[in-house]
Design a binder for this molecule. Sequence first.
Ligand SMILES: NC(=O)c1ccc[n+]([C@@H]2O[C@H](COP(=O)([O-])OP(=O)(O)OC[C@H]3O[C@@H](n4cnc5c(N)ncnc54)[C@H](O)[C@@H]3O)[C@@H](O)[C@H]2O)c1
Length: 377
Amino acid sequence: MAIIHVPLKTTIDDSYDIEIGERLFERLIADLSGGLMGEVHRYALITDSNVRRLYGEKLFRLLGAAGLNVSLFAIPAGEKSKTREMKANLEDRMIGERFGRDSAVIALGGGVVSDLAGFLAGTFARGIKFINFATTLLAAADASVGGKTAIDTPQATNLIGLFHQPKKVYIDTTTWDTLPVFEIQNGLAETVKHACLGDRDFFDFLEKNVDKLMDRSAAGRLDRVVCARIAGKNCEIKYRVVERDVGESNLRQVLNLGHTLGRALEPLLHYSLGHGEAVAIGLMYQMRLGRMFGYVGNADVTRVQSLFERIGLPTRIPPRVKPALLIEKMYTDKKVRKDSIRFVFQKGIGAMMRFEGGGYSRPVTEIELKKALEESY
Ligand SMILES: NC(=O)c1ccc[n+]([C@@H]2O[C@H](COP(=O)([O-])OP(=O)(O)OC[C@H]3O[C@@H](n4cnc5c(N)ncnc54)[C@H](O)[C@@H]3O)[C@@H](O)[C@H]2O)c1
């Protein structure tokens, strides 16, 4: 018998740039023509049916006109497309068009497109490069940083996937002009979460400027300066967390702020609530629990609640959701340890609580959960 050791230690530099600006198609084309992707000869431009009509066809034409070899693939818009079947369908189409290892993916769209196309890129021909061109505020705020890619299955959302970092992310704030208000609200929920967990000044900025994202100017345009600050701050706060905990062992839990109750609420309401709405309700519940433990004061709770109200996001649990069912559902949260529900907590506004042993979450008893639920309807 022989044992052969295969030494396979590798050092990988997965760093990438996030470019935030306006009308970035030209920048993307200049980067691709300038060799950003190395030995890549074909591009699969993956988008959804809405974004195809708004921006996809145009980018496809511009890439072709620049002499790049590109094919356009569109999936039906919406979360229902983030499936194994849709990934397989795209893979089959790409194989049919003889895409190989010398190709790369350009994901043009929101978080659904980047999660699905990023996952596809991570497994196609054992991994090809991809570009993320984000067109929603949520994708800019959350899905663009961290390298998480995934699909949903009937049993669980985002459980099947991998970490696959893009070569570059483009956040083109001009694309936000066409976003429906509901999608702006969704992105702002994660934005407020980021401010609450990591940046008090940014929270002040949101209080002063959030209305500029709710009202379009006469020309139908959003305030560019505010958009750029929101995009930049979201990325900065998230990458500060992610760069210290790429594999999600401890610190990255803080990004879960507001999600323990929020994620439990979504299936109980059969996903009729937007993710941003669920996060806003969950974040307020976490604050009410935190107020019981002395982590936040009354004034903090009022400030966050009124910011959510100005954005048009709910802050209370819909009465049709039974408290007992909510608690039961929270036991499926990924932070549950030794049968106890754990929460991450903000410390005032702009910082996170740290607990004994350096962890960022602590257990909460059912009695405590129920007490905070009484104030949350
Ligand atoms: N990987 C991560 O770290 C991460 C983080 C947060 C969320 N996500 C995932 O992101 C998804 C949600 O992201 P999303 O809200 O961007 O969803 P989405 O991609 O479904 O976009 C929302 C809607 O907006 C439309 N749209 C996109 N850009 C537009 C534009 N510029 N103008 C008009 N309409 C436009 C889309 O067609 C869609 O109908 C979820 O699947 C979630 O799990 C992933």
